[in-house]
Design a protein around this ligand. Structure first.
Ligand code: SR1
Ligand code: MG
Length: 426
C-alpha cells in the first residue's frame, strides 16, 4: 500500500499497514498478529478503529469516500482528512493537551492515527447518563478562546490571516453539508428530513411556513458562508468532545474552516441545552435528574461567561493582529474607547452564538442527523415533548436573539420551559 493509493481499510489491511510503521509497531508492542483491532465508528462519516497491542493502544480514523450514514449514493471528498489533520495540528499548538495527539498521517489513505483516549467517553453519552463533568467549563472555554482568538484578525497580520483562510478554503464540501443540513433542509421539504412523527408533524409543517424563521435562518446561513473570522472547529457538539472526570479532549475537526466564531460557541451551548431538555425524557422518577439539570444550565452560563472572560483577557494582553491598530487608540481616552469596543464585539459574538445555537437545535430535531440525547428517549411521545420544548426556545432565540442580551436570559427561558406541555399532533 503506497502513498499514492487509496483503499478502504479492512482489519487485515490495517494490521499489515501498521506493522510496517516501526514507531507505531513499537508503541503497540507484541506481535502484529496478536493486536486486537475493532472498528468502533459510530459517527456519520468515517471509519474509526481501536488497535490494542501488548504495550499500548491507538485510534485510527479513515475517511470514507462517501457519507457513512447514508451510503455510497452520497460521495464526499477524502480531502476532509487533510483538513482535519491541519486543524488538529493547529489546535494542538494553540490549546495544548485539549486535542488528541496525532501519531501518523497518510494523505493518500485519508488516514489519521491518534493517541487512544482511554478511559474517555463521548460526552454526549455521559450527559444522557446524567454525569457531570467538573473540568468541562474550564477546558472547553480555554479551547474556544485560544483557537478562535489566535486565528483571528485580532492576533494575525492580514497576510497571515488570508493565507490561513486559503489553507482551509478547499474544505467547501463539508461546509456545504452544514449549509444544507443545518441552515436549509429543516425549513423545507427535504427527502432526508425526519422527526418524531406523528407528534411533531404540525411543528414540522409550521417551520416550513414560518417566514420570520426563514429570514432569520437565512441571515445565519449568510453569516456562516461569508464571515471568515477565525479557524472554527465547525462541528463542536458534545459528540465531538471526549471526557473523563479530569480531562477533556476535542476531537473530529473535519468541518474546520475559517468561519464565524459564534458557530462554535453556539454549538456548545445548543448541545448543552438539548441535554437539558432531553433530561426530562430520561428520568424514571420525577426530580431524579434535578441536580444534573441544574448543573447543565449552570454550565451553559459558565461556558459563555468564562469564554468571554478568557477571550477578552487574551485581547487585552496584547493583540498583535492588524485589526484595531493601537495607534488609533492612544492614551487613556483611547484605551477606554477600545475597551468599550471590546465589550460591543463580545455582545455581537454572543448574539451570533444565540442564533447559531438555535439553528443547531432545530436541525437535530427535524433534519437528517439526530442525536442520542433525544433518540434514546424510547417513549416517542415523551421524546416529542422534550423536543417541542427545545424547539420553542430555539425559535425565539433565532428570530429574536436580541431578546437574550445575557446568557442568564437563555437559561431562564430554558428553565421556564422545563415543564411546559406542548400541543402535539396525532
Ligand atoms: C451527513 S453528515 C451529518 C452530520 O454529521 C456530522 O457530525 C455533522 O454534524 C453533520 O452535519
Ligand atoms: Mg464528527
Amino acid at each position: 500500500m503506497g502513498q499514492g493509493d487509496y483503499q478502504i481499510l479492512h482489519e487485515a489491511d490495517l494490521r499489515a499497514y501498521l506493522a510496517g510503521l516501526p514507531d507505531l509497531k513499537g508503541l503497540l508492542g507484541g506481535e502484529p498478529a496478536a493486536w486486537a483491532i475493532t472498528e468502533v465508528g459510530d459517527g456519520n462519516l468515517n471509519l474509526v478503529f481501536i488497535v490494542k497491542g501488548a504495550r499500548g493502544g491507538i485510534a485510527v480514523k479513515q475517511a470514507l469516500p462517501y457519507v457513512r450514514l447514508v451510503g455510497e449514493s452520497w460521495p464526499l471528498p477524502l480531502s476532509r482528512a487533510h483538513y482535519e489533520y491541519l486543524a488538529l495540528m493547529r489546535q494542538a499548538q494553540l490549546a495544548p493537551g485539549l486535542v488528541p495527539a496525532v501519531l501518523h498521517h497518510n494523505v493518500a489513505l485519508a488516514l489519521i492515527v491518534m493517541e487512544l483516549l482511554e478511559p474517555h467517553i463521548i460526552m454526549r453519552k455521559g450527559l444522557v447518563a446524567a454525569t457531570r463533568y467538573p473540568r468541562f467549563v474550564d477546558d472547553i472555554t480555554t479551547f474556544m478562546a485560544r483557537t478562535l482568538f489566535f486565528t483571528s484578525d485580532l492576533a494575525l497580520s492580514a497576510a497571515e490571516k488570508k493565507e490561513a483562510i486559503a489553507a482551509f478554503a478547499g474544505n467547501h464540501a463539508l461546509c456545504k453539508i452544514t449549509e444544507d443540513l443545518i441552515f436549509t433542509d429543516p425549513y423545507r421539504i427535504a427527502e432526508q428530513n425526519r422527526w418524531t412523527a406523528p407528534y411533531l408533524d404540525g411543528l414540522a409543517a409550521s417551520l416550513r411556513e414560518d417566514l420570520e424563521l426563514h429570514v432569520a435562518v437565512s441571515r445565519l446561513k449568510l453569516k456562516f458562508m461569508a464571515s471568515p473570522e477565525a479557524l472554527i472547529h465547525g462541528d463542536l457538539h458534545t459528540g465531538s468532545i471526549m471526557v473523563t472526570n479530569s480531562q477533556t479532549r476535542v476531537i473530529d475537526p473535519e468541518f474546520a474552516f475559517y468561519g464565524p466564531m459564534g458557530f462554535d460557541v453556539g454549538a456548545v451551548l445548543a448541545n448543552l441545552l438539548m441535554a437539558y431538555f432531553a433530561s426530562a425524557g430520561h428520568e424514571r422518577a420525577p426530580g431524579e435528574r434535578a441536580a444534573f439539570e441544574a448543573w447543565v444550565l449552570e454550565t451553559v452560563e459558565q461556558v459563555w461567561t468564562e469564554f468571554a472572560r478568557k477571550f477578552l483577557d487574551l485581547w487585552r494582553a496584547g493583540a498583535a493582529g492588524d485589526a484595531y491598530p493601537p495607534s488609533l487608540f492612544p492614551g487613556e481616552k483611547g484605551a477606554a474607547r477600545l475597551e468599550a469596543e471590546r465589550q460591543a464585539y463580545m455582545q455581537r459574538l454572543f448574539t451570533d452564538a444565540v442564533g447559531f445555537a438555535a439553528a443547531k437545535i432545530i436541525r437535530r430535531i427535524f433534519g437528517l442527523a439526530h442525536n442520542i440525547d433525544f433518540e434514546l428517549i424510547e417513549d416517542a411521545k415523551k421524546r416529542a415533548i422534550s423536543e417541542a420544548r427545545a424547539v420553542r426556545l430555539a425559535r425565539v432565540m433565532m428570530v429574536e436573539p436580541g431578546a437574550f442580551p445575557v446568557i442568564t436570559d437563555v437559561t431562564a427561558a430554558a428553565r421556564n420551559l422545563r415543564d411546559w406541555v406542548p400541543e402535539l399532533s396525532g
